[in-house]
Design a protein around this ligand. Sequence first.
Ligand SMILES: Cc1ncc(COP(=O)(O)O)c(C=O)c1O
Length: 387
Amino acid sequence: MPEPFDRLLNATADLDTPFAIVDEPALWANADDLVRRAAGVPIRVASKSVRVRSIIERTLARDGFAGVMSYSLAESNWLADHGIDDILLAYPTTSRAALADLVADDRRRAAITVMVDSTETIDHLDQLLGAGHPAIRVCIDVDASLKLGPVHLGVRRSPVHSAQQASALAAAIAARPGFDLVGVMFYDAQIAGLPDSSPAVRLVKKRSAAELLDRRSTVIAAVSDHTKLEIVNAGGTGSLEVTGADPAITELTAGSGLFTPTLFDGYDAFEARAAAYFVLSVVRKPTPDIATLFAGGYIASGPTNKNRQPSPTWPAGLALIGTEGAGEVQTPVKGKAARDLGVGDRVVMRYAKAGEMCERFDRVALVSVDGDVELLPTYRGEGKSFG
Ligand SMILES: Cc1ncc(COP(=O)(O)O)c(C=O)c1O
């Protein structure tokens, strides 16, 4: 059996399936590669793409990483309570309970920056927090999509696109007690989250990077008329070198590149080195060349195409069956390699996305280069499910 599967499977032979593995040498090689690609710009760790607190903390302890990009305010409070002191919540919140917890504690308030993108969000926060609430740190999410006539390339998030719109919102925040505007964020999903699958994609990415280089500087200048910006955040795993080359940026974000799930195969800028897997057992053999595994129906979020399915990875040459896919309780796999599989044998799978996989497991087995195993609780294993 080739590396890393011999090491990973030998090390975890005593664990009952299904379980998740993180390959430690691959994880830290990926971290080093992210830092190399960021070329000196600090990287904020996207927690949604990890969802294992100890791995987030160990990543933060490495040179080149600073701060967490979180996805829920309850999560942010929890991370702050565990000592993380720089947390950028990248998505708006409407959680009354989490907002109450935020303003109830000065440490949390100092550590956490909340995302806003309109006066409607600010009004809503004011309404939930109540009049005269202590000041909270906020950051404006600026839409970083590429607009080509009626065509919108990128995610659907913030209504703030132009420097004028950003300036108007910054002015409204500056005039509003209870809010300290400290940052702007530009997430270039159409560059960072799109594999380089064709010359057309490469061209669009190039065009978008050029448009953003111009627009970011005008937005930053417009917002800086109203406040002193501490944070100018941009990028993601797939865009570190392009986005990080803009001197206007103070920090990048990456998370998926640590685990490198299958949706991050196929980028020109980096080698796809898988670091996260899950392991299933063969429980039956309906025919000699089909092995049916227990569990495995872990479908990733996003447009529900085949590329959201998990991928049988070891033994090589296995495939899911089109009529069943990865099932709620049973996942049949077929192929020549299935002939050599018997009941009780193990199949190594990769998930399509990164941290989302951890919602399925209470812990991950971190396997060292020497085959030592450390069992690390996931968010779920710590009794946390943030969305
Ligand atoms: C705001 C924001 N920044 C950055 C990222 C990049 O994260 P990752 O490197 O895990 O793809 C994302 C991912 O969706 C995001 O929503």
